[in-house]
Design a binder for this molecule. Structure first.
Ligand code: FRU
Length: 484
């Protein structure tokens, strides 16, 4: 019995804790052949509570082994979000013998009626590949006299200035600090006034350089997550800015900000540190939920899962740069090709139907719109439960509608549609990954992502392609099912 309810909706391809509550990914770092995923974790319950850092490791970012809790609360507070880096050259003095991992995180002390809560930044270090941790004796290493929102440090080594750089969420701005040793921090600059979306508190920043596809050009990208605000339907979501960074100040270019994901369920995403240069990828993952209903999603005994790890790049269309994201190539070895669809031309409700009956699935679909006004796919999870993905040429939008996808009544907001405005829908490439309780959609080679939780009884029984008021042509499409 217990096993059953704990397993219901448990993902096959995504990380979720065995038990209890998880939110943001923290301390993503690669070291000595392992990817480390730490995460906001409440070991006592399956709702948000006293935060610890949970810990999992993986060789390929898909299959994770959950380890013991890495960081426990102490006199400086509970353990909020943060990052981890490898101290290769013993800049901290904590690694006289060989390099190891340092984590930099926020500690939060609850306030009372008279005293506001206090957030400060602390360090911990590990000499055994993250298996055990010591807190730094001089914690906290960074505090602020008056700022109450002062959290989520993401640290990286900046080659140009030979310094560690920290981006920190400070209310409605991102503050940038620098350090020689991860211990003494100096304020550099603040970004965010009069730019971007300020619908909620700014959280979980990340700053890194990305290459523009098919060119040698690089740009700096700043991720900023925005907390839930009941006045707006979207709940919590992540925006990005594209610009330049000189080691001290981030400057956004014109028209440089957009949403990272147009689905509701990708929050607090940050990237891995220390992926070897010869690999060269910038990979991030997000928490696949939304603060609007995260504490109510209908899983029992556990709550929270991560998105798939996604490789990032930039695409330049005219003068506009866009962040591109695609599931990492490591995912491919979990699938084998089952069915190709080629040169299906027509219209109607069941233009093409494919029986699936699998617990997870990966699909690449290419659709050329001939004269249909709308087209798309229906994922039939069961006979009753389905999710509809529609491309509408009158509005040039793609819509994911999950109102019949299964359990939805835990939040009024959950059944609202998720949509993205596109330039046109005439030639669509769609990559879809479906798991027990999620759909991740990547449109046009990763140009738009829509990440969405769903709670059907089964992942997918069959899929049908439809076209309305005219024809489409489906070609070069592959459906892949799990490798046993
Ligand atoms: C983002 C966040 C962070 C904070 C953590 C607490 O989801 O609110 O700002 O550090 O979660 O769990």
């Amino acid at each position: 019995m217990t096993i059953n309810f704990l397993q219901k909706y448990k993902p096959h391809l995504h990380f979720a804790p065995k038990k209890n509550w998880m939110n943001d990914p923290n301390g993503l770092v690669y070291f000595e052949g392992e990817y480390h995923l730490f995460y906001q974790y409440n070991p006592y319950d399956s709702i948000w509570g006293p935060m610890h850092w949970g810990h999992a490791v993986s060789k390929d970012m898909i299959k994770w082994s959950e380890l013991d809790i890495a960081l426990y609360p102490d006199e400086h507070g509970t353990i909020f979000s943060g990052s981890a880096v490898v101290d290769w050259h013993n800049s901290t003095g904590l690694f006289p013998d060989k390099p190891g991992i340092v984590s930099i995180f926020t500690q939060q002390l609850e306030g009372s009626e008279k005293i506001p809560p206090k957030q400060s930044q602390s360090l911990a270090y590990s000499h055994d590949n993250g298996r055990t941790w010591s807190k730094y004796q001089g914690n906290p290493v960074l505090e602020h006299e008056s700022k109450i929102d002062f959290r989520d440090p993401k640290v990286f080594w900046h080659k140009g200035t030979n310094k560690w750089v920290m981006v920190l969420a400070t209310g409605q701005t991102i503050s940038i600090y620098s350090s020689q040793n991860l211990i003494d921090w100096e304020f550099e600059s603040e970004f965010g006034d009069h730019i971007g979306v300020h619908d909620g508190v700014w959280e979980c920043p990340d700053l890194f350089q990305l290459k523009v596809e098919n060119s040698e050009e690089t740009k700096w990208v700043l991720f900023v997550s925005i907390g839930d605000n009941p006045q707006f339907d979207a709940g919590s979501r992540t925006q990005y800015f594209i610009g330049s960074f000189d080691g001290s100040q981030f400057t956004a270019g014109d028209e440089s900000n957009d949403w990272l994901d147009f689905g509701k369920d990708n929050y607090a995403g940050v990237s891995f540190s220390d992926i070897p240069e010869k690999d060269g990828r910038r990979i991030y993952l997000g928490w696949m939920s939304n603060w609007r209903y995260a504490n109510q999603v209908p899983t029992e005994g556990w709550r929270g899962q991560m998105t798939l790890p996604r490789e990032l790049s930039l695409r330049k269309n005219g003068e506009v740069y866009k962040v591109i994201q695609k599931p990492v190539k490591e995912l491919d070895s979990y699938f084998s090709n089952k069915e190709d669809i080629n040169d299906v031309i027509g219209s109607g409700d069941g233009l093409k139907e494919v029986k699936i009956n699998k617990s997870y699935l990966d699909w690449v679909l290419n659709v050329e719109r001939i004269d249909a006004t709308k087209f798309g796919i229906i994922l039939h999870h069961t006979e009753e439960h389905f999710t509809r993905i529609t491309f509408d040429s009158t509005e040039n939008v793609v819509i994911l509608d999950r109102k019949s996808s299964g359990i939805i009544d835990f939040s009024e907001n959950f059944s609202n549609i998720q949509a993205v405005k596109m330039d046109n829908v005439n030639n669509i490439q769609l990559h879809m990954v479906i798991d027990s309780s999620s759909i991740e959609l990547f449109v046009n080679e990763g140009e738009y992502a829509i990440t969405s939780l769903i709670y059907p009884d089964k992942a997918c029984e069959n899929i049908s392609i439809f076209a309305v008021n005219g024809k489409v042509k489906v070609s070069n499409s592959h459906m892949s099912t799990p490798v046993k």
